[in-house]
Design a binder for this molecule. Structure first.
Ligand SMILES: [Zn+2]
Ligand SMILES: [Zn+2]
Length: 243
């Protein structure tokens, strides 16, 4: 396992800004440094999550230095898919200064539960939304969809699909769904990103179950954007970003 993938970045992490997360950006960055990561992204929840979210958190991220504890910290957001039309709870001003936009579906009344066709339609719209970089934790059992159709669209649109370590603990049934999604990513050449979705700093940079799952699929390392420094830098360059 050591030689298959040793990811160099964790581009989906939460801080105290998300009220149900429990670490600061400083703690997350220091934990990433201890894990030997080159970069993390701070991707707190966009305002539809029922918390005292405020858009200024996202519009003022330029107050952060680019490196914390020696780790490159990218500025991001985890947007919420709101309906079957794939609408998101972000606006252009909110994301203007951000480096990465993840779009995810969350329960708790934020995203309506729907039929497989309705959820597929929502993801198809998100896959065609130029503001979105990454499809977040698509293996969520509450929101199953036609994986092959959406993955194929992600191939056309150049979207990244997330393999979310937290889902394997927090959302029962995710492993089976994520395995099927990863299978289609391999089939259609869609790039994936391993992320912890850490809500506490000790989980930053931990991807063991995700790596095992990809290894069992003999998933091509070239399709994992954070598998190594070269892959990461290739992806960052596309986004006009650097370590
Ligand atoms: Zn999420
Ligand atoms: Zn998250």
């Amino acid at each position: 396992m050591m030689n298959y993938i040793q990811p160099v970045a964790d581009l989906h992490t939460h801080t105290l800004y998300s009220m149900h997360a429990y670490s600061t950006i400083g703690e997350n960055a220091a934990a990433a440094a201890r894990q030997g990561l080159l970069a993390i992204a701070m991707t707190d929840h966009a305002p539809a999550i029922p918390e005292p979210s405020h858009r200024w958190h996202f519009t003022h991220m330029n107050l952060l230095p680019p490196h914390i504890a020696g780790v490159r910290v990218f500025r991001g957001i985890e947007a919420n898919v709101l309906d079957f039309d794939g609408r998101l709870d972000i606006d252009d001003g909110m994301i203007r200064n951000l480096d990465i936009v993840i779009a995810s579906m969350h329960g708790g009344g934020i995203m309506k539960e729907g039929t497989k066709e309705e959820i597929t339609a929502a993801w198809m719209a998100v896959a065609n939304d130029a503001r979105v970089d990454v499809i977040g934790h698509p293996g969520t059992p509450m929101f199953t969809f036609d994986y092959e159709t959406v993955v194929r669209e992600c191939a056309r649109q150049g979207k990244i699909i997330e393999i979310n370590e937290n889902s394997f603990n927090a959302r029962e049934g995710s492993l089976e769904n994520c395995t099927r999604i990863a299978y289609y990513c391999k089939k259609y050449g869609v790039r994936v990103m391993l992320s912890s979705d850490a809500h506490f700093h000790e989980y930053v940079g931990k991807f063991d179950r995700s790596i095992l799952m990809l290894k069992e699929l003999a998933f091509p390392i070239d399709l994992v954007i954070n598998a190594n420094r070269q892959n990461l830098e290739t992806y960052l360059k596309e986004k006009n970003l650097a370590l």
